[in-house]
Ligand binder design. Sequence first.
Ligand code: GTQ
Ligand code: FE2
Length: 369
Amino acid sequence: MQEHPHGHVENTAELEAFYRDLDSMSTTALWLLLADQMPETPKPKAVPFLWKYSRIRPQLFRAGELVRPEQANRRVIVLVNPGLKEQASATRNLNANVQMVLPGEIAPAHRHVASALRFIIEGGGAYTAVDGEKTLMYPGDLVMTPNWSWHDHGNETDGPMIWQDGLDMPMVNALDAPFFEAYTGMQQGYTRPVDASAREYGRGGLKPTWEKWDKPYSPMLNYSWDQTRETLHRLAKDSPGTPHDGVSLEYVNPQTGGPIMPTIGANIQLLRPGEHTQAHRHTMDVVYQAVEGSGCTIVNGIRFNWEKNDIFVIPKWCLHEHANASKTADACLFSYNDAPAMRALALYREEGLVDNDGYQEVNSVFQPL
Ligand code: GTQ
Ligand code: FE2
């Protein structure tokens, strides 16, 4: 490698004066910026990080005493990556938030161009409504709230309902394209039967011929945990999976076989007892939530131990490998990513670690806050 891949200009008094003159006319010299702005490989400001669910949960209940969704719009705790304090998000392109709706509450209807998904953590039977259809939510369900769809949440059960929200809001804002609209009234009109889309599109390989769906995202509102889990565990019995992610399945749009939304993709993966995957890296941000079992993920040489419901992030181009801590039980990880957006822009890259049989050296263990 050259010593200065971006070139190098030795500073002089004349150049200093030149830079000041450029600055005074709101310009600058590219050679001052090049090393920073065109690094040879991605240098994310975001850091690999993990939030313990056991620490987040009590704060959600505190928020439950302090604010109601009728005032706050959404009772949501935002996971802030220490490298991204200014934009207050979990990764450069994705928000990872945790939301709670208590019995009797309604989070009022609105829409925005930021796309969202929900991964259900606790409770059972509260609803999210999207464009006229309600779905009842249970732990492990993946619920979609795509770009510009009306949505409200309500809890008519007698227990709290908690889920993770994943949004592409930071990406939408980086592109200066946010729009938001509040609905007139708390709840939208419900025009379709509860969970209609799951009945129409939720049978792999069959879809109704009369439904004309031309939106750029999946018509499925809820990918139920029952079906996901059954498929995952069935495949894990006799499929090799991938060397980097174990038995990893993508949630897909049944119309296209492609990702569920144009900007956000989602996966569920299973690590078999004792399984330890090889390290790779890619140009997507990934937010993980542990769903079953326990294990660790090694990111850039740091070991992140996780157990059920913990949330952790892997920023772009960070080497990572996963290991199931148990020799007898499966471990499952849900994740979502910005790969569909990166692929659409021809920015997606991926590579495996070849040294040391694909395993990183572990230098430290992450200490959660
Ligand atoms: O539930 O509609 O975490 O609009 C952030 C923005 C949740 C929601 C978030 C939102 C929502
Ligand atoms: Fe929303």
